[in-house]
Design a protein around this ligand. Structure first.
Ligand code: IMP
Ligand code: MG
Length: 188
């Protein structure tokens, strides 16, 4: 029997260790430092999954920037895309004529990222790019560019380091593949 309240018992196997994640943040931070030098971008964290990654990667980004958050959701509390995206919490900043960098935890179908990029472009941003920790490229159904990413992942459901299942398990310090029996237990 698998207990879903104990985080040690829900992981099938570890995919990225804390060291792996640290390396990704360092590498991405360096790239962002070069590309955004002198631009004073608005860094937009996609709530809630990106907060762990955002606080680490921006500490390696040696560029003055402003921070904002956007919560758009296509998933509800579940783990399969509903196909519809809506704004839960809007940006507080005016993005007109600004360089905007969206920080995401994972890009899956691409629907959420496409929606966010289009929204920010429509509001007159000078540029809109995305830095995602993980890229589930094989699952893409919408054409959208993930400008920077830490690693590609296959078609597995991962949790930890901000990534959730039913809004749980974000606080696991590494990234692991969720046991299929946990998914089956909650799948309707
Ligand atoms: P998309 O709109 O299908 O690209 O969905 C992106 C969102 O789905 C991400 O921001 C995550 O919140 C969620 N998501 C997709 N795959 C996973 C996963 O393997 N683990 C946890 N969340 C995921
Ligand atoms: Mg999520």
């Amino acid at each position: 029997m698998v207990k879903s309240d104990n985080i040690d018992e829900i992981i099938d196997h570890k995919l990225f260790s804390e060291d792996d994640i640290h390396e990704m943040c360092e590498r991405l931070g360096k790239e962002l430092t070069e590309d955004y030098a002198g631009k004073k971008p608005i860094v937009v964290g996609a709530l809630k999954g990106a907060i762990y990654f955002l606080t680490d990667v921006t500490r390696h980004m040696n560029v003055a920037h402003q921070l904002d958050f956007l919560d758009v959701s296509s998933y509800g509390d579940g783990f399969e895309s509903t196909g519809k995206v809506k704004i839960i919490t809007d940006l507080s900043a005016d993005v007109k004529d600004r360089d905007v960098l969206i920080i995401e935890d994972i890009v899956d179908t691409g629907l959420t990222l496409k929606y966010m990029k289009d929204l920010i472009k429509e509001r007159g941003a000078k540029s809109v790019k995305c830095c995602a920790l993980l890229n589930k490229e094989a699952r893409r159904t919408t054409e959208v560019t993930v400008d920077y990413y830490g690693s590609k992942v296959g078609n597995e459901f991962v949790v930890g380091y901000g990534l959730d299942f039913l809004n749980m398990y974000r606080n696991i310090p590494y990234i692991g593949v969720l046991k299929p029996e946990i998914i089956n237990k909650y799948a309707k």
